[in-house]
Design a protein around this ligand. Structure first.
Ligand code: 13P
Length: 252
């Protein structure tokens, strides 16, 4: 059976001091729940990664982004080699805010995922349709394209260990979470799209998370669903109390 996953995406929030305070409150529980089959991860800013990595031995550290090149003239970017040096070997790719504000495309996401494979990093690839696409009934079409173009050319072994997060853009930070039915259907569909192209065994192995206005009150509705392997949480992951509450609710 797959272990359930809870990842907090802090986006551009929290200083180093705030990160230390959070870790002090959460680490012990995170360490304990590892034995209870729950994987807990945090994606802080790049600047907070070293301290999180050092102090949080119960928490998987994710970068929020990574560049596809090893090094070079890419001002403001961070390469996987730099992350590797501080012991980080997991990264988000293609979060909708990266796609929306920094022009990331399925093609750049694909390059990044290929780099993650090259360096044996765990990838958490984010997909999701906009409100307009949702209202026009294009959700599945958009998701299929994002998934297949993003993972094109990766080895089947690497695809099998990928995590994909379904985060409808209209539900992120809006309080308008997707219904459990929608989240379940699209998470199932993601596995199905991968199964169709790479075989059912591969589709079954890929982890699929839901993200978008997840909070302590609704996390169980999503994560107890057999098509959903966990949650990617923004706002509600920022306070240690609410993060701990989500862990407790998942273990109930
Ligand atoms: P919220 O949980 O704040 O809606 O953000 C979701 C998200 O973008 C996680 O990556």
């Amino acid at each position: 059976m797959k272990r359930k996953i809870l990842v907090g995406n802090w986006k551009m929030n929290k200083t180093i001091a705030e990160t230390i305070d959070f870790v002090n409150k959460v680490n012990e529980k995170a360490l304990k729940v590892r034995e209870e089959e729950l994987i807990v991860g945090i994606a802080p800013s790049f600047l907070c990664l070293p301290v999180l990595r050092k102090l949080a031995n119960g928490i998987v550290c994710f970068a929020q982004n990574v560049h596809f090149a090893d090094n070079g003239a890419y001002t403001g970017e961070i390469s996987p080699l730099m992350l590797q040096e501080i012991g980080v070997n997991a990264s988000l790719v293609g979060h909708s805010e990266r796609r929306q504000y920094f022009n990331e495309t399925n093609e750049t996401c694909n390059k990044k995922l290929k780099t993650l494979e090259k360096y044996n990093f765990n990838g958490l690839y984010c997909v999701g349709e906009t409100l307009k696409e949702y209202e026009e009934g294009l959700t599945k079409e958009v998701i299929k394209k994002q998934v297949l173009e993003g993972i094109e050319g990766l080895s089947v072994e690497y695809i099998s260990r990928l995590t994909i997060a379904y985060e409808p853009v209209w539900s992120i930070g809006t309080g308008k979470n997707a219904s459990k039915e929608i989240a379940s259907e699209i998470c199932w569909y993601i596995s199905e799209v991968i199964s169709e192209k790479y075989g059912k065994e591969v589709g079954d192995l890929v982890y699929v998370l839901y993200g978008g206005s997840v909070k302590p009150e609704n996390i169980k509705d999503y994560v107890n669903d057999s098509n959903i392997d966990g949650a990617l949480v923004g706002g509600a992951s920022l306070k240690a109390e609410s993060f701990l509450q989500m862990i407790d609710n998942l273990l109930e």
